[in-house]
Design a protein around this ligand. Structure first.
Ligand code: HEC
Ligand code: HEC
Length: 393
């Protein structure tokens, strides 16, 4: 009895040990196998290509992104980068990919007056096309299209006017808002479908849809932007992809600064060296038209200068950080003119159209590393200080 009991216990012990080992081993094997099976999953899907896209299509029906409400929501994000944007302490809205809120007024309390007020633009859009000025622009471009956009003014509805404003700012220039010296014939508004904003067609329609719904919250009955776009361009609108990272294939690609370009090459391609001395950049040692670009130290100085603060007061300048200051200097040079550089040729005003986002960010980052001690620039001191002798001739 005793013996058989020990034997039974022993056998039990043996078996449980064996079972335990099997369990442990199989668990280890199972765990190891998991990534293998994971790896296989995509292969299986890849092999059966047909069912996949169908599933995806069924899930995201482009039509659901085309409803007035969806377009308006997308437009809001493109303009303000967020839903339900709030003004900050300085009376500014967050700025989205379209950069519209950088220039335009969208709310009473917003501090900005340099560009047309976009409140009630839906109503105005219908009036615009009936104006004698609109007819005059149509006549002006009757023979040849606007050389910048290659389009002609031809809007027949308010919605088409809004679409046209985005693709062809020169097609109609709001009175009093034209480029300086152009007698309101040339628009300072960048074409937002081009660099650096690069809104795609869907995004252009979304932005226009937002403008149409802006004055009637939660009422989308005026949102006709998609039909307006399709009539204007005589083709069907498709949901586009974010094309910002992709450089537009254009004939002057060689002149387009790319993300891969080192800062020196970006500076060369964009022509900054023509006017600016830039420490450490061999090509940029002679420019005298603009200040030396030692932005690591200067950007902060500028933002805190009484001149800048008064430009902020006047709702022209808006940078709060050194980075914003440098970006603003490049994209919106009229926001603030460095004291001593007031008259004559200043910064080109069309960089907003010429930069890729990647190259611009890279250049700004680079400029923010430069101070008076970078490289050996005898002029690295303050050529731009008010009252200093080194004003432009
Ligand atoms: C750098 C400043 C700037 C940016 C950025 C900008 N605009 Fe403009 N916009 C202007 C100026 C200046 C005008 C007036 C000149 C003209 O009519 O083209 C204008 C005109 C317009 C008009 C015509 C207004 C009217 O009363 O007829 C519309 C609509 C418009 N912009 C929408 C937009 C939208 C939407 C965006 C963003 C996707 C945008 N703008 C981005 C400066 C800008
Ligand atoms: C045609 C001449 C010209 C070209 C080209 C030019 N700039 Fe300027 N830039 C100026 C002038 C003049 C000023 C000073 C007036 C002003 O603030 O607008 C200036 C000011 C600046 C400032 C502000 C400097 C400060 O001390 O606060 C920055 C930053 C700047 N430019 C960057 C650039 C960059 C980057 C490029 C090339 C992408 C460039 N500029 C191309 C003429 C030019």
């Amino acid at each position: 009895m005793k013996k058989s009991r020990t034997q039974i216990l022993l056998t039990l012990w043996k078996w449980s040990a064996i079972i335990l080992t099997i369990v442990v081993v199989s668990m280890v094997l199972f765990k190891r196998e998991k990534p293998v099976s994971k790896k296989q999953t995509p292969t299986i899907i890849k092999d059966s290509k047909d069912p996949m896209p169908k599933q995806v299509k069924a899930e995201i029906d482009p039509e659901t992104l085309m409803t007035p409400e969806a377009l308006v929501k997308a437009g809001e994000k493109l303009i303000f980068s967020t839903e339900g944007p709030q003004l900050n302490d300085m009376g500014r809205f967050p700025v989205g990919k379209g950069q519209c809120a950088f220039c335009h007024l969208f709310a009473e309390e917003q501090k900005l007056t340099r560009c047309p007020d976009l409140r009630t633009i839906e109503t105005r859009s219908h009036e615009r096309i009936k104006e004698a000025r609109y007819a005059a622009f149509t006549k002006q471009y009757a023979d040849a299209p606007d050389p910048v956009s290659q389009l002609k003014p031809k809007a027949t509805t308010g919605g088409e006017y809004l679409i046209e404003s985005l693709y062809c700012p020169n097609c109609y220039v709001v009175e009093g808002f034209g480029k300086e010296g152009s007698h309101d014939q040339e628009s300072p508004m960048p074409i937002v479908s081009e660099m650096p904003m690069l809104l795609n067609d869907y995004e252009m329609v979304a932005v226009a849809a937002y403008l149409q719904a802006m004055d009637t919250p939660d009422d989308y009955s005026k949102v006709t932007a998609r039909a307006d776009w399709e009539r204007y361009f005589n083709r069907k609108l498709e949901v586009g992809e974010d094309k910002r990272p992709v450089v537009q294939a254009s004939e002057n690609l060689t002149k387009t600064a790319l993300l891969e370009d080192p800062p020196e090459v970006i500076i060369e391609k964009m022509g900054c060296f023509v006017c600016h001395k830039i420490p450490t950049v061999p090509i940029a040692t002679t420019g005298l038209i603009g200040p030396v670009l030692t932005m690591k130290t200067k950007a902060i100085e500028r933002i805190n200068s009484p001149e800048y603060l008064s430009a902020v007061e006047m709702n022209r300048a808006r940078a709060v950080t050194p980075r914003e200051y440098v970006l603003e200097s490049i994209l919106d040079p009229a926001a603030f003119v460095v004291p001593g550089f007031g008259d004559g040729d200043g910064m080109p005003t069309d960089y907003g159209r010429k930069f890729t986002v990647g190259a611009l960010n890279k250049l700004v980052n680079f400029l923010l590393t430069l101070d008076e001690n970078s490289g050996k620039n005898p002029d690295g001191t303050e050529p731009s200080k008010p009252g200093s002798a080194s004003k432009r001739d």
